[in-house]
Design a protein around this ligand. Structure first.
Ligand code: SF4
Length: 349
């Protein structure tokens, strides 16, 4: 990587000052607000995060409030954002911060990095944006910008490439505005130096420095390792009703969607007769069984293709927890994978 150097700073920061988006976490960027926003923004679009962030801060305005919150409260606030281990780690880290640092995040990159759920990118973002420390924050956007600026055909998935990008941006980071510099690079990647071969080079503030652009390679970069194909799983999801109540179960404590509430499900895509037989063998007393519209949900490594059934029960099986549709909406965090099957009871809530 040859490096575009310090010449990058001035045009990048001038551009950022002009066009930066007005985002709720940029107002009053305390360490806690930066931390929560960065965790929410992993794998999620900025527009989707706005509402979540505001609701979160209204309910859990401090690290101590998060540390003392019930699991059901923070899971509900996270409902729909996916990757629930992120919110569990937020809570675990908040408890640690209260125990070890009196409820305030430490102004130290290595100590931030040691907290659950905080990787080098998030530690860099908190350190630079909230504490003004000169530490890079290299996410996927920044790796893409770096590959194009330097016309570098190394795979951005390689640790070596990330390491070189960190040291390049560390060298040219302005001492007085490290947080803005990092945010400007992320903003450039998110709004101008777009992914999938579609950079908007004509509006780019650093086009004159961009080697990839001048060599005509911008749309070919970055190079990444081919993704592994997702595993496909077929599941039969049940919407059990006992009177007006809905039956839920808990997922196992490890693996996908660990420990969360779910609609009970069976392996494979089963016919109505096979569902009746399986449920009878488990002691469920079923009445009407109606097919629901099939649904699909994509996780990072697995894709669920789901067949659904509305199951009326004449007695509540012990293995399920029964709740009202209204409580399901307000008090139980149900992963989005199951949402498609709830439309038939939405008017009951
Ligand atoms: Fe990205 Fe194009 Fe700007 Fe280069 S000139 S940094 S490829 S948007």
């Amino acid at each position: 990587m040859s490096g575009v150097g310090k010449a990058l700073c001035t045009p990048l920061l001038e551009w950022y000052d002009d066009v930066r988006r007005d985002l709720p976490w940029r107002t009053n960027p305390t360490p806690y607000r930066v931390w929560v926003s960065e965790i929410m923004l992993q794998q999620t679009r900025v527009e989707a995060v706005r509402g979540y962030f505001t609701r979160w801060m209204d309910t859990l305005p401090t690290i101590r409030a998060l540390a003392e919150a019930e699991e059901s409260v923070y899971l509900k606030l996270w409902e729909g954002l996916g990757y629930y281990s992120r919110v569990r780690n937020l809570h675990k880290a908040a408890v640690l911060v209260c125990d070890a640092y009196g409820g305030a995040l430490p102004a130290d990159y290595d100590r931030l990095l040691a907290l659950p759920g905080i990787g080098d990118y998030t530690a860099g973002a908190i350190a630079s944006i909230a504490f003004g420390l000169p530490v890079p924050a290299v996410d996927g956007n920044v790796l893409r910008v770096s590959a194009r600026l330097n016309d570098d055909f190394t795979s951005i998935s390689e640790p070596k490439f990330k390491k070189e990008t960190r040291s390049l941006f560390c060298e040219c980071m302005p001492a007085d505005r490290p947080g803005d510099f990092n945010q400007a690079l992320m903003e450039l990647g998110a709004t101008v130096c777009l992914p999938n071969g579609a950079p908007l080079c004509e509006g780019c503030p650093v086009q004159h420095l961009c080697i990839g652009f001048h060599r005509g390679h911008a749309a070919l970069l970055p190079i990444r390792a081919p993704k592994k194909a997702r595993r496909l799983e077929r599941r039969t999801v049940l919407l059990p009703r006992y009177g007006e109540l809905v039956g839920l179960s808990r997922r196992p404590d490890s693996g996908l969607l660990a420990g969360l509430w779910e609609l009970p499900s069976l392996d494979g895509s089963l016919s109505p007769d096979a569902v009746r037989t399986t449920l009878a063998s488990r002691g469920w007393q079923t009445g009407k069984l109606l097919s629901l519209r099939p649904a699909k949900h994509i996780f990072t490594h697995v894709e669920w293709h789901m067949t659904g059934y509305y199951v009326e029960l004449s007695a509540p099986p012990d293995e399920l927890t029964f709740v009202t549709p209204a409580a399901l909406r307000t008090d139980y965090a149900l992963p989005s994978a199951f949402r498609a099957f709830l439309s038939v009871i939405e008017e009951d809530a």
